[in-house]
Design a protein around this ligand. Sequence first.
Ligand code: GTP
Ligand code: MG
Length: 336
Amino acid sequence: MNNNQKRCSGCGVVLQDQNVLQEGYTTSLENDICQRCFRLKNYGEYQVVAKSNDEYLEILKQIGKTKDLVLYVTDLLNLEEDILKIREYIQNKMILVLNKKDILPKSVKESKLIKYFADNHVHFEEIIVISVEKNLNIDYLLKRVKYFQTTKNVYVVGHTNAGKSTLINKLIKNYSTSSTQELTMSPLPSTTLNTITIEINEYLTLIDTPGLVDTDSIINYVDKNMLKKINPKKEIKPRTYQLRKNQSILIENLIRIDYVEGERNSFTLFISNDLKVKRINPKRTDLKSLQKTSYEIFYDTDLVIKGLGFVKIVNKGKIDIYLNQNVNSFTRKSLI
Ligand SMILES: Nc1nc2c(ncn2[C@@H]2O[C@H](COP(=O)(O)OP(=O)(O)OP(=O)(O)O)[C@@H](O)[C@H]2O)c(=O)[nH]1
Ligand SMILES: [Mg+2]
């Protein structure tokens, strides 16, 4: 990248005034942000950008060459299947930041979430549960950043939509002495398009990054209205369904879960309250044309649907799930 080129202060893309259809377009190079960020900030109007992960992996490799502290931000509702994957690229000192605590039920204890990862033998300097939205543990996070940082620079990495830019904006607002910059945030994937350097103060510079794109997340395959519904804005009220063998539930017109084998079982949905869920007669063929995946469930298992949330299943049994073929689902030991 040519560093002489002016970059958008919202998403990091190189600004250009030549081609409306290309990234970084602005009507005038006098502007500080691109047209896409302007529209997002002012009208909540989104324009999806397809981003390849190759560029991001290159960014991660560059970070890996430094000795700088890294904050790995993840969204608690949408934890990755393999939290250590990012470690393949960066061996730096790393703090795992579990964001969006506010959308999990209040009854879920921070200590339980931390223990879940500690028990899985993942190595981080520390695991910290936060909510940028509710300003939960942000002071503590900054204290620990100061403790572990090796140079002025601290990188913020993670999957797209985890809340990296939102976190940095909060840190600017709470602590910055020099910056009034505002990064662009949105419920869409790939909001941030390039690394952005923000000097918080004399001792701390944060570097925002675009985030790994999850092409297997449901958010890539729904329309804007559904995207708004999927993205929880409030604390999730878990919904429990007691199912017997051969009973089924539908989540909107997106997902069908059939309980095919086992004793009476409890299915608790941790998904946005705005999503409609209903029991259907299993003889109905709704969504049966979608791709089917079968799972054998053991005790206390979460069925995770990428980008949507998870279903906690208490007893053992067999289930079939029908969903868009591009969307990944997997099971894990129950988080809650
Ligand atoms: N409920 C809740 N939502 C949050 C929190 N932090 C961020 N969000 C939301 O999560 C979405 C993604 O936030 P961003 O800051 O754009 O995420 P990002 O990691 O920078 O995403 P990319 O730039 O696309 O990689 C936005 O809709 C935010 O409002 C939080 O603590 N709680
Ligand atoms: Mg961002």
